[in-house]
Design a protein around this ligand. Structure first.
Ligand code: PLP
Length: 358
């Protein structure tokens, strides 16, 4: 079976973990600090704050920006549930805007109409490893005095006009094992704003500036040094992992027939967290079954847009139509593209797809 994801673990990760176990400092310590510094450098920002997951990074980022009860945050419904749930955790309301059908990211032409006096932030999700159209998003944010919190959980190292995602506003990353790099579980907040950096650190650690004095309601969202050691080793390999994903994607796009291959806008480097095709004419699920039979894993990210999820409809009363989001949910199919694929895996994937579509 050719799987959708395969964490690439080498001697460096193993050695780094053993060193932590021998060091006597297991929880948040010097490796976390070193990982934060390395990650900030990779992103081209001044500060990075490590957390226990991408979800807690998003949660903390919302609170660090003072988002709460009565506030609205504009985002996409075509993403993993954690993007919007982080807004709910803060007590605020996610407001969904439809996607651009070519990029699967927020349609920047529809954002302004969704801005109200309650809007506090825009939460662009750089889906599948492709940056959102950040110039218009940053201009809108500036014009209306909004924060920008980027969900870069799928796009470590992706760039927009030469700038890394996570460096436009406040960035949030996941280090889950299926992502472009991993620490086991983990997350990262990136920012150039010293106040957001400080506030995030305090929220991560029980609202504590001086030991056992608690200024505010915080959490235990810390990363351990064990996780950070893995993350540091992976960070050294991120460029190489992304280059492999890009080469795999190039091969797939050059050889697949009868499906819509990923669109990469001018000025963007796509890091292909997912290689996602559109399968027209209602053939998606049958293609998926065929691939399964041929030993090729595939997955639908995501079959139910967030505004159609049971919790959002039944508990929160969402009742909205987002035509491009809903259409994409019925047509998208992600194929294996990870850094562990061999040339023969790629051949198998291509012939399995082409055979069915022919
Ligand atoms: C993975 C992911 C998250 C959540 O990250 P975790 O580390 O799993 O908590 C959030 N948003 C998006 C778009 C993701 O893909």
């Amino acid at each position: 079976m050719i799987h959708m994801a395969k964490p690439q673990m080498g001697a460096e990760e193993k050695q780094a973990v053993l060193e932590v176990l021998d060091s006597g400092i297991i929880a948040q310590g010097p490796r976390v600090k070193a990982f934060e510094e390395g990650f900030a450098q990779m992103c081209g920002v001044k500060h990075a704050v490590a957390t226990s997951s991408g979800t807690t990074a998003l949660h903390v980022a919302m609170l660090a920006h003072g988002i709460g009860e009565g506030d609205e945050v504009i985002t996409s419904a075509f993403t993993f549930i954690a993007s919007a749930n982080s807004v709910l955790y803060a007590g605020a309301k996610p407001v969904f805007v439809d996607i651009d059908p070519r990029t699967f990211n927020l349609d920047v032409n529809q954002i302004e109409a969704a801005i109200t006096p309650r809007t506090k932030a825009i939460l662009p999700v750089h889906l599948y490893g492709l940056a959102c159209d950040m110039d218009p998003i940053m201009s809108l944010a500036e014009k209306h005095g909004l924060a920008v919190i980027e969900d870069a959980c799928q796009s470590h190292g992706a760039t927009y006009k030469g700038k890394k995602v996570g460096s436009f506003g406040t960035g949030t990353f996941s280090l889950y094992p299926t992502k472009n790099m991993t620490s086991g579980e983990g997350g990262m907040i990136t920012t150039n704003d010293p106040a957001i950096d400080e506030k995030s650190r305090v929220l991560r650690q029980h609202g504590m500036r001086v030991r056992y004095y608690h200024d505010e309601l915080g959490f235990n969202f810390r990363m351990t040094d064990i996780h950070a050691a893995i993350g540091l080793a992976q960070l050294q390999k991120l460029e190489q992992f992304n280059a492999k994903r890009q080469a795999n994607a190039k091969f797939l796009s050059e050889n697949l027939k009868g499906v819509v291959t990923p669109y990469v806008p001018e000025g963007c480097t796509h890091v292909f967290h997912q290689y996602t095709i559109r399968v027209p004419d209602g053939k998606r699920d049958a293609l998926r079954a065929h691939l399964q039979e041929k030993g090729v894993g595939s997955e639908v990210y995501y079959p139910v847009p967030i505004h159609k999820q049971n919790y959002y409809v039944k508990e929160l009363g969402y009742n909205q139509t987002l035509p491009e989001t809903e259409k994409a949910a019925t047509e998208v199919l992600s194929l294996p593209v990870h850094a562990g694929l061999t040339p023969s895996d790629l051949e198998v994937i291509v012939s399995a797809v082409n055979e069915f579509m022919a």
